[in-house]
Write a protein that binds this ligand. Structure first.
Ligand code: ADP
Ligand code: MG
Length: 699
């Protein structure tokens, strides 16, 4: 059977070289096995017959039984044929623009037909253009599936005559030739426990559904199987890593940690912070490398978790590093961590692109001798010159900006790799995280520090700008500070830059010196200029900060209480949420004001409404996932993620959870898949792993 599935597609009866070439090019179908996995996008229910007086004023596909009572040609130059069709309950029009001769010669008047097609209404009359027609007598005799599958197609395929009908025929031929003898891959007990239908029945019914119910069961079974295999692969990978990649076991909790915990904690940890720390401690206590993703919404308090994890490394005689995606952020981490660690007598330094050569040399030496405990920095940490005496823990902030590649570069710095903690403020829906980061363990800080007031979010049209400005002045009078952010999209950089500068000028006019002072930060400034502006704002020396999205990540100015987002319709949901997270960090009520023009797409509206409705990053991420699909969610870097054939990460999350649960269970019982009942599974698993390593999905 399996060999048969390897047969090149052109050998299938009805395909041949020309069509084979098209199928290969347009749909990536090379072999029989690929065709089997060409799943329909949707199905049309042909079990239902409508009466004309039931037709609704919406353009949907319907099936009606009736007779043509007259037919005429209409129009002068571009003629069309119009037939009157009736079923006794009413009349409708059938219209043809092409193939008129054939219709005139073959259409039978006053004879029952079954017609099928898209029905629209015009001037109160229903009409159907180019209906599919079949004599009722023939219709009753022909064998067909009740649910008619509609396959994915392309313009070229349709143009070259490979219509849906043709694909359907080819599929029938495939089933004839292969006799529907597809090897069962799932173990019998799973099929029984989950009441799944066998593989053969599933494949057959997904292409030729005998009923709604069988179709649903077929889809369920195939989606489960697809997700189950992905989960098996991800979990196996994780198990292998834990087995193979050694790590330094941090078995001591020593003075640094204990002293800090008992005497210098600036606030009580939230329950979530405690739980996450426990998970990290537990991981780092093992003689295997930790690879953990720490997810926590902006402001959830990841920094202190990072520090305390680093203290554990120090307690065990190791160094630690923290890498951030931008210089500003690295700086802020440096300042924040130094402040927290001040009473501990730890040697912390920062290394970025703008570190002076002389200073750089000193840092390199101190890292190699082990005199330097903690180094914070940007990509500069990845340079070959940076060598550690014994790096025990590497923390990466805002991981989606660093690729997997860079992550592994950090590991390679020592024989035994450091533990790795990846922190991200981009909430990733659990379903997606499980598939994307199956190789990482996941910790979530799902609780904000106490006393935070939820940020109030409003959407304002540009025409209300005066009111908004008045509000800003009131806030400034209360001593608060304000961000005003402009979009900066790579493709239209010049225009955006102009918008920003125009905005800055008009804001400077509306908020004039000496009463007000306005800062500006954008991508064209030198890092040192940016830093000094940020520092001025953070120190409260300016009232307003006009900026592009450079402030998107991590910047912490607790006194800033208003975030104004200009042209908010141009931002993605996760970006809007990140920006909003810049405020609401102090005890005051904070606000996020999204300014837009009146012209909004429906997606933009959904984004704005979601922002107004909720502050919950995970809820927002779910909406984002629905709007954009998983391919886009992580930004361009990881686009093309997860090419699933039948399952859908959003709609099928329950099946994903089920698949995961059973994959975990199976590997717990029989990780090598050696038991006799897992033989077929193991075989399929090895085949799949050969073909598509899960990383192909991801990068
Ligand atoms: P993020 O997760 O965005 O990096 P931070 O670590 O910067 O968040 O924390 C945000 C703010 O909340 C900081 O000012 C920090 O001092 C404060 N914070 C963190 N944890 C707590 C806590 N348990 N109780 C009170 N304040 C906290
Ligand atoms: Mg942070």
């Amino acid at each position: 059977m399996n060999n048969l599935l390897e047969t090149p597609i052109e050998y299938l009866k009805g395909v041949g070289p020309a069509r084979g070439e098209l199928l290969r090019k347009e749909l990536g179908i090379h072999k029989y096995g690929n065709l089997i996995n060409l799943f329909p996008n949707r199905y049309i229910d042909r079990t239902r017959y409508y009466r004309i007086n039931e037709l609704m004023n919406s353009s949907s596909e319907v099936q009606v039984v009736g007779k043509v009572i007259n037919i005429k040609t209409v129009g002068d130059k571009r003629t069309r044929m119009v037939a009157t069709f009736t079923d006794g309950t009413g009349e409708m029009e059938l219209v043809w623009f092409q193939g008129q001769k054939w219709i005139r010669e073959n259409l039978k008047l006053n004879t029952p037909y079954v017609i099928f097609g898209k029905c629209t209404s015009f001037n109160g009359v229903f009409n159907m253009a180019h209906p599919e027609m079949e004599l009722l007598a023939e219709h009753e005799q022909s064998l067909r599936s009740a649910m008619q599958p509609i396959y994915p197609s392309t313009e070229k395929l349709t143009q070259r005559g490979i219509t849906n009908k043709v694909v359907n025929k080819i599929m029938q031929q495939l089933f004839l030739e292969t006799q529907a003898l597809f090897t069962e891959t799932l173990p019998g007990y799973l099929i029984k426990d989950l009441n799944l239908i066998p593989k053969n029945a599933a494949l057959f019914n997904v292409h030729f559904p005998k009923s709604q119910e069988l179709l649903a069961r077929a889809q369920f079974r195939l989606k489960f199987e697809e997700l189950f295999f992905i989960q098996l692969q991800l979990i196996t990978k994780n198990l292998i890593r834990k087995h193979k990649i050694k790590g330094h076991p941090f078995d001591k909790v020593g003075d640094y940690f204990t002293n800090f915990y008992q005497n210098h904690l600036p606030f009580e940890l939230t329950g979530a912070q405690k739980r996450v720390l426990k998970e990290i401690r537990n991981d780092m206590g093992q003689p295997a490398q930790m690879n953990r993703l720490l997810q926590g919404d902006v402001g959830s308090g990841k920094t202190i978790v990072a520090l305390m994890s680093m203290l554990l490394a120090l307690d065990n005689g190791f160094q630690a590093c923290l890498m951030a995606p931008t210089e500003i952020l690295a700086n802020q981490h440096f300042i924040g961590l130094s402040e927290l660690a001040k009473p501990l007598n730890i040697n912390i330094k920062i290394l970025t692109g703008s570190t002076k050569t002389s200073e750089r040399k000193i840092i390199h030496e101190a890292l190699e001798s082990g005199e330097l405990h903690i180094i914070i920095g940007t990509h500069a940490l990845l340079e070959d010159k940076v060598q550690f005496k014994n790096l025990g823990l590497a923390i990466i902030d805002e991981q989606h900006r660093f690729g997997v590649e860079q992550r592994s570069k950090l590991w390679r710095k020592n024989d035994i790799p450091p533990h790795v903690l990846v922190m991200t403020a981009t909430p990733i829906p659990r379903t997606l995280a499980m598939s994307l980061y199956g190789d990482l363990d996941i910790s979530v800080i799902d609780e904000l520090p106490p006393g935070r007031k939820p940020i109030q979010t409003v959407h304002c049209y540009d025409s209300n700008r005066l009111k908004v400005w008045k509000f800003l002045k009131d806030e400034i009078a209360k001593g608060r500070q304000i961000y005003i952010v402009y979009p900066l999209i790579q493709e239209s950089e010049k225009m955006d830059y102009k918008d920003l500068m125009d905005g800055y000028e008009s804001i400077s006019r509306d908020f004039p010196l000496p009463e007000y002072s306005v800062s500006i930060v954008h991508g064209k400034m030198k890092p040192s200029e940016k830093d000094s502006e940020m520092t001025r704002f953070a120190a409260g020396k300016t009232n307003l900060m006009v900026a592009t999205t450079v402030i998107e990540v991590g910047v912490n100015v607790p006194n800033a209480s208003v975030m104004v987002i200009e042209s908010a319709e141009r931002f993605g949901l996760s970006q809007l949420h990140q920006l909003r997270g810049r405020v609401g960090r102090g005890a005051d009520q904070s606000y996020c004001i999204m300014m837009t023009s009146h012209k909004l797409s429906s997606d933009s509206k959904t984004r704005l409404e979601t922002m107004v409705r909720t502050n919950d990053g995970f809820e927002i991420a779910e909406v984002d996932l629905k709007l954009r699909g998983p391919g886009d969610i992580m930004g361009t870097q990881q686009s093309g993620v997860l090419n699933l054939q039948i399952a859908d990460l959003v709609r099928d999350r329950d099946i994903l959870m089920l698949a995961r649960e059973h994959a975990v269970q199976l590997l717990k019982d029989d990780a090598p898949m050696e038991k006799p009942e897992h033989a077929a599974l193991r075989h399929a698993f090895i085949e799949m792993s050969k073909k598509k390593n899960i990383w192909n999905y991801i990068s």
